[in-house]
Design a protein around this ligand. Structure first.
Ligand code: FAD
Length: 432
């Protein structure tokens, strides 16, 4: 089958690999120039955390080892208090699991190379999809508008502001919603300090400050990329270098000390928006062309669980499975793929909830005590009690199943705690 994928970002490239492996002829259209020759595009984040769902999708294509070779493992969170105190909190009970910091641009280049290595994949850069007609695709290019004959199947992997989804939204019966946070994000850099990492590279660093926070992920060049997640009005409030320095010295003193370009980075770097997009269904038909959506185009989520790309990669595994189940009948497969919406709805909600946890709760003693109890339960009941974070980040269990399992574990832990209390009360009574 001839398939068009719109968007050669992380998910579009990976999907091209999966579809070409099944023998389909894939044309990838990307609005940007080829990032392998045009250099890095300062897109949405400089680095991101890849965990088991993403790794599993890469592993199935034999790409995981190569990708992870350039990643930095982060086995836990390091919380920075305003007085400079550091608290490390491992992600798993025995510290054996890590999420992996990786450069978005390097990952995209690797996936493009992997897609290009398939003879049945053609990539066309500098083509921005502007419309889908009856059997045609309209693009804007540097040379002006171009109309191409549409293929039988068009998959939108063109991100949160998807042009393919816009066409689908115009069909009767398609539901769509977008929900912006009143927070924005801004990236800053902590360069190497005397040639070394300024902080421990084996952690995701968090400066939780109640209503706002800063995080930092390590890069292979020994720098850190920091991301501020602040209310929009707070981001707009600081407009002189002196205000920026003073604010950081007060709120993030240990970081401010190792950020020599803080004020200029702050003034220069743009503010990004944080949005959750929901669309239902993810497929439809326009003039005989089947349309489907994957990745952020289908379900953009906020980044606080580090799952957007991981979830998009898992979409590729699931769509591949649906094609297998339907004998590569795309109409049937896209319909079947809709079952994944129950999972993506769950991770969209968890990602929003995790913002409160990261910016507010992680610094509190109660939260740290809860995590210690959770890890103790995990050690006492290995494989039977597993935290939500572990299930989301270190397994491929469907997200909706994670929530069902957490509910079962809670019921069970509540019943066990009640039984222990009753047993304690009976023993106490007998001993009197
Ligand atoms: P995109 O990466 O947006 O790629 C879409 C591609 O389509 C782009 O190449 C774009 O140029 C192209 N395109 C767009 N429109 C058109 C058009 N009309 N015609 C042709 N081409 C088009 N996820 C994680 O898993 N872990 C993290 O730690 C993490 N951190 C994040 C931090 C931040 C600050 C943000 C904002 C996001 C983070 N994410 C993270 C989410 C992750 O970036 C996205 O989920 C992921 O990039 C989605 O991939 P995608 O290929 O679906 O979309």
């Amino acid at each position: 089958m001839e398939v068009t994928i719109v968007g050669a970002g992380l998910v579009g490239c990976l999907l091209a690999c999966y579809l070409s492996r099944r023998g389909h002829e894939v044309t990838l259209y990307e609005r940007r120039p080829d990032p392998r020759t045009a250099g890095a595009d300062r897109g949405r984040s400089i680095n991101l955390a890849i965990s088991e769902r993403g790794i599993d999708a890469l592993r199935r294509l034999g790409l995981a080892e190569e990708v992870l070779a350039e990643a930095l493992p982060m086995p836990g969170r390091m919380m920075h208090a305003t007085d400079g105190a550091l608290t490390f909190q491992p992600y798993s009970a025995d510290g054996s699991h890590a999420i992996n910091s990786i450069s978005r641009a390097a990952l995209n280049r690797k996936l493009l190379d992997a897609a290009d290595a398939h003879p049945n994949v053609t990539a066309r850069f500098g083509h921005r999809l502007a419309g889908i007609g009856n059997g045609t695709l309209e693009f804007e290019t540097d040379g002006g508008p171009v109309t191409e004959k549409g293929q039988q199947v068009v998959i939108g992997a063109d991100g949160a502001y998807s042009a393919v989804r816009a066409r689908l939204q115009a069909l009767q019966g398609t539901d769509f919603s977008q929900e912006y946070l009143d927070y924005g994000y801004k990236e800053l850099t902590i360069p190497p300090k005397l040639g070394e990492f300024a902080f421990d590279p084996g952690a995701l660093h968090i400066w939780p400050r109640g209503r706002s926070m800063m995080i930092a992920l390590p890069n292979p060049d020994k720098s850190f990329t920091c991301t501020l997640f602040w209310p929009h009005e707070a981001l707009a409030r600081l407009d002189t270098p002196e205000q920026v320095r003073a604010h950081f010295t007060q709120e993030y003193p240990d970081a401010a000390e190792v950020m020599p370009h803080l004020a200029s980075d702050y003034a220069r770097n743009p503010v990004g928006h944080l949005v959750t997009m929901r669309c239902d269904p993810w497929h439809g038909e326009v003039g005989g062309t089947l349309i489907g959506l994957v990745g952020d185009a289908a379900h953009a989520i906020v980044p606080f669980y580090g799952q957007g790309a991981n979830c998009g990669f898992q979409d590729c595994v699931e769509l591949d499975r649906c094609l297998e189940e339907t004998g590569d009948d795309f109409a049937g497969a896209l319909e079947l793929f809709q079952r994944r919406k129950a999972d993506t709805d769950v991770i969209a909600r968890l990602a929003l909830d995790n913002f409160v946890e990261m910016r507010d709760k992680v610094g509190s003693r109660v939260f740290l005590a809860q995590k210690r109890i959770e890890h103790a339960l995990e050690r006492m009941l290995p494989g039977r009690y597993v935290s939500r974070y572990e299930l989301v980040s270190f397994t491929t269990t469907p997200y909706a199943e994670v929530e069902r399992r957490i509910a079962r574990q809670r019921r069970w832990a509540g019943a066990a705690a009640a039984a222990l209390l009753i047993a304690g009360a009976v023993t106490w009574k007998k001993s009197r």
